[in-house]
Write a protein that binds this ligand. Sequence first.
Ligand code: HEM
Length: 521
Amino acid sequence: MVLSSSIIDFGDPSNRWMLVVCVVSARILYQVTLVVYNLYVSPLAKFPGPKLAAASHWYETYYSLLYEGGGRYYLKITEWHEKYGPIIRINPNELHIRDPEYFETIYSQGNDIDKVEWQRFMFSIPSSIGSTVEHDVHRIRKAPLLSFFSKARVQQQAPNIIARLETMFDRLRKEYVGKAKPVNLCDLFSCFAADVITRYSFGKSYDFLGYPDFICPFSTAVAGFKKAGQISIQFPIVPRLLRTIPDQWVSILRPSFAPVASFKKEVFRLIAAEKARKADGSTKDTDQSIFSQLLDSNLPASELESHRLMEEGVAVIGAAIDTTKWSTVVIIFHILQNPIVLERVRQELDKAIPDPSSLPPLTTLEQLPYFMACIEEGIRLSYGGFVRSPRRHPKPLQYQSWTIPARTPICTDAWTMHHDENIFPDSFSFRPERWLNDPKSPSGKSLSRYILAFGKGSRVCLGMQLAYAEMELSLAALFRQFDLQLHETTRKDIDVYSDALGPTPHPDSKGPRVLIRSRSD
Ligand code: HEM
C-alpha cells in the first residue's frame, strides 16, 4: 500500500490518464505483435489464404456474427478455395482442405485424434461425448453407448417409433387433413423427433406431439440456444461464464430458457431414480434408458457422477432433434417439388406397402432403391451438423507438398464435400438417380463414402441408425397415406443461408409448410 501510494498517485487525474494510455498502448503493441507473429512467424505462415484471415480471428468473428446477419463464413471459405487452392488457412490457427480424397485422413478412425478446445463449451455440456476434446476420454465415454444405438437395437425399437407416428397421424387427421390449415413441417418433425428420442433413450414418453400447433417450447428453446451458438464459438468464454449462473436465474433473465432448465431437472430426477434402483438391486431391464446402460457399464465412478450423466442425457436429446427434423423436412420438400420424383416414390411405396396402415419392417424399406436414393440425396442436401468440426492429429500430416504441423486444427465440412462437382455433378439439384445402381466416384470409390452429414471416423454420429430408421418409417408412412402440397414454400425455406450450429435457412423464412389430404380422398 505504501509502495503504490509512494510511486504513483492515482488521485492525480493526469496519472490516471497515463495509466489508461499505458494499458491501451500495451494492448495495441500486443495485438500488433500477434498479427506480425501470425503473418510471418507462425508455423502456418507459409499456407495459402487471405492475409486478413491469417492475421487475426476478428475476420472470422465478423463474418460469423455480423456480416449479413452472421453465420456466413462458410461462403467465404468456398470463395477462398476457388482463389487459393485446396488447402487454405482460414484463421490464425486453422487449416481447411477441399479435397474429397483427403477427408478420411482428417476424420480417420485413428485413436489419437483430438477435437479443439472451443468445441468443449460450444453446447455448454462439456462432459458429453460430442463435446469431449481428448480422444482417449471420448473413447471411454462412447463405448458403453454403442450397443444402445446399434442397428439391431434400433430395429427392435421400431414399434415404438411407429407408435409415435400413429400419434402424429391421428392428430394430423383430426386437425389438418382435408382442411385449409397448413402445418409447419419443422414444428411437426421437431415434436416427432423429440418424442422418439426421449422414448428411446429415457424409456419414457413426454408427448411433445401433443403441443398446440406442434409448437414445443423445449424445441424452440433448443433452437434459440443454437442461434446463439456462433457467439460461443467466437467467444468461448461466454458459455463458460454462463455456466456459473444458476439455471433459475437464467430462466428469469431469459424466459425462453425455462423449458431447458426444467428438462435438465427432469434428467437429474431420472438419473436419481435409476441410481436408487441400482442401489437396491431392482434394476432389471438394463437397456431401458441410457442411464441404466451407463450405470451398468464399467465406466469409472467419476464418469457416473450425476452431473456428467445429465450432460450426456441432454446431449443425446439435443443432438437428435434438430438434425433428424431438418433432414426429414428437406427430403419431403424436394420430393414434393419434383412431381416425377414424387410419382416414382409413390409407385415404389404403394407396391411395397399394400396396406397403408401396416408398415413393413425396416429391412424391407431399405430394399426400396428409389425411396432410399431420395433419403440419401436429401441427407446430402441437408448437410447434417454443418458447423465445422476440426481435428488435431498428434503427428504431422502430409497433404500434397504441404507438411501440416502436428496438433494443427484441420477440417473440411459437409457443405464443401456435398457440393464437390466432380463427385456430385449439378450438386445443388435434388437428383435421387445419382444414388441408383451402386454408383462410384471418379476415383472408383462408393459414392456414399463422400457423405459427411453424420461425421466420420471415431466421432461419427452415435444416432445414425436411429436417424435412418426414423426417416425411413416416417417418410414411407407419410407418402403412402397422405397427399401433401407445399404451401407458400420455396427453396428459400430450405436452402442454407447461415451456419447457426446447423444449416439454417434465410431469416425471412416462415418455415416449410404443407397442406395435407388423405390419399383416399
Ligand atoms: C439426420 C440426423 C442426424 C444427423 C445428420 C447427425 C449428424 C451428426 C454429426 C455430423 C455428428 C458429428 C459431429 C462432430 O464431428 O463433431 C454427430 C454426432 C453425434 N450425434 Fe448425430 N446426427 C443425427 C441424428 C442423431 C440422433 C438421432 C442422435 C441420438 C442418439 C444423435 C446423437 C449424436 C451424438 C451423441 C453425437 C456425438 C458422437 C461422438 O462425438 O462420438 N445424432 N451427429
